[in-house]
Design a binder for this molecule. Structure first.
Ligand code: ADP
Ligand code: MG
Length: 263
């Protein structure tokens, strides 16, 4: 495990104790995410994607094994705000303006009003919502609300973004536009991203590597490297894109071990 990695996971298991018996949510997870790398986690419902993200975030402890974020323990990285988190629901406060929502993590951490204002302006610019700073969240479309949530997750300049199906509630067209935006934002901020999705094409479009998980107990079945280069409007129509989609689909079905295997 390189000390220069954004995320290092070694031999992680997660067991939930339930009244009807234990649930092994994750077993034998090894994964390293490099600084600035974009990695997606894909797999059927219940395979432990959200659990793995919460373990990386230090929100729940692993039952065994080791997790590091920027070379520190996951708990320390959480206290240091090394990462931003975005979920399927934007989770914005309706009574606050868009700018005030983006500023919220900065308020919590005692950043001065002037600095907060400037940072919110910069972030809303980054996500293409500069003109909507004083609007209320309910005046925005679903895609725009999700952009606000991404801006908020970026408020403290995290080196890591953890995203749990952030575009899952959006229509297909909006979703594709947001994917393009996210690729640009990740490049501009140099943040590493761990992105959970059900969508094979979304995982392929966004990622440098797609981590394919299988359920019961949740484990990494395969890691598919995606060698697509810079993404643009033609990427989704390129033969290499379809080839990568097929590779991930077959890995999900448990066919043909492709790529570099479990690493
Ligand atoms: P995914 O995000 O891939 O759909 P989850 O990580 O949410 O899957 O869940 C993985 C497994 O762990 C599921 O069987 C789920 O029921 C179980 N699980 C998740 N959270 C808890 C919890 N807090 N208590 C008990 N079981 C849980
Ligand atoms: Mg989930």
């Amino acid at each position: 495990m390189s000390i220069d990695s954004a995320v290092g996971i070694t031999g992680v298991d997660k067991v939930f104790s339930a009244r009807k018996g234990d649930v092994i949510a994750l077993t034998g997870i090894h994964l390293e995410v490099a600084k600035g790398e974009f990695v997606s986690l894909i797999g059927p419902s219940g395979c432990g994607k959200s659990t793995l993200l919460r373990v990386i975030a230090g929100l729940i402890p692993a039952t065994s094994g080791q997790v590091t974020v920027n070379g520190k323990s996951a708990e320390q990285a959480r206290r240091d705000q090394d990462y931003g988190f975005a979920f399927q629901q934007a989770g914005l406060l309706e009574w606050r303006s868009v700018a005030a929502n983006v500023e919220l993590p900065l308020v919590v951490h005692g950043v001065s009003r002037a600095k907060r204002r400037a940072r919110a302006r910069e972030l809303l610019d980054l996500v293409g919502l500069a003109d909507f700073a004083e609007h209320r969240p309910q005046e925005l479309s679903g895609g725009m609300q999700q952009r606000v949530a991404i801006a908020r997750a970026l408020a403290e300049s995290p080196t890591l973004l953890l995203m749990d199906e952030p575009f899952g509630a959006l229509d297909e067209m909006t979703r594709e536009r947001m994917q393009g935006e996210l690729v640009r934002i990740a490049a501009e901020t140099s943040a590493a991203v761990v992105f959970v999705t059900h969508s094979i094409s979304e995982a392929v479009f966004l990622s440098q590597r797609v981590v394919v998980m299988s359920p019961r107990p949740g484990r990494i079945a395969d890691v598919v490297p995606i060698g697509l280069g810079a993404r643009d409007l033609d990427t989704r129509e390129a033969p290499e894109f379809f080839a990568a989609v097929t590779q991930v689909r077959e890995a999900l079905r448990g066919r043909a071990s492709v790529g570099e295997g479990i690493s």
